[in-house]
Design a protein around this ligand. Structure first.
Ligand SMILES: [Zn+2]
Length: 249
């Protein structure tokens, strides 16, 4: 798809965006604009710093390959990293307190009992601001204590920055739906059937942030595999593991 551009209202540089993107950041000055209106973005925009360069990122990858009993024993030695791409992904972090009041039936006793209760939890709920699926958002524990105000000078020249395709209200709605589903999942420990569940949401803050994620490809014994690695702490968020061979085959 062809990128379009608008003029940055801060520095006058071209701000490129693609169809579907709603919030774009100028790569020359870091100014963030809501594309539809051309207005400045009025929310907090933060950045999580990447701590690995293109060579250093090999270390957590090799550590991951060398650990865990389900991996082939020679994986760290034989695997060849073929692609490394650093991407700053856009996220909404929804800081929210959620109180779910429920009524359900506990059927593991005879006769079944009706149970009532509440679940109250506080979250920094992460919503990926892209339509694409497949990113392990729930596995990703963003190190929020490390966030700084967005600073384009801290972004490596070789990195790619993705703009947001999801605006604030939609992100909040998604977070509420996901938390509702999560609480229903938690409730399954306590009741076998949920009669009703009502949520009270107390939104504290929403932050728009870019976080560094490495997309890695590696080859091992003729096949290609993928890894997703957090650039702040080097944690492997998702990784393809080649099948280990047992016996003398
Ligand atoms: Zn600019």
């Amino acid at each position: 798809m062809i990128a379009q551009s608008i003029k940055c209202s801060n520095c006058g540089g071209p701000v490129e965006f693609r169809p579907g993107e709603l919030i774009a950041t100028c790569k020359y000055c870091g100014f963030t604009t809501v594309i539809e209106t051309g207005q400045a973005f009025v929310f907090e925009h933060s950045l999580i710093l990447n701590h690995y360069d293109q060579t250093q990122i090999d270390n957590p990858i090799k550590d991951w390959m060398a650990s865990g009993f389900v991996k082939p024993a020679d994986l760290a030695r034989k695997a060849k990293i073929s692609e490394k791409e650093l991407v700053y992904l856009p996220f909404w972090v929804v800081s929210i307190i959620v109180k779910s009041t429920y009524r359900g039936v506990f059927e593991r006793v005879a006769p079944p009992e009706t149970k009532e209760g509440t679940i109250e939890k506080e979250y920094n709920w992460l919503v990926l601001a892209r339509e694409a699926s497949g990113f392990p958002t729930r596995e990703y524990d963003v190190p929020l204590e490390g966030k700084i105000p967005y600073d384009f000078r801290k972004i490596e020249g070789f990195a790619k920055i993705l703009n947001s395709e999801i605006e604030k209200e939609e992100a909040l709605e998604l977070a509420k739906q996901q938390i509702d589903a999560h609480h229903r999942f938690l409730l399954e420990q306590d009741v076998d059937k949920i009669i009703e569940m009502k949520n009270e949401f107390n939104l504290k803050e929403m932050v728009y942030l870019h976080a560094p994620v490495w997309f890695i490809k590696y080859d091992y014994r003729g096949n290609s595999y993928q890894l997703i690695v957090d650039g702040a702490e080097g944690t492997v968020l998702k990784g393809d593991i080649p099948p280990a061979k047992f016996g003398l085959l």
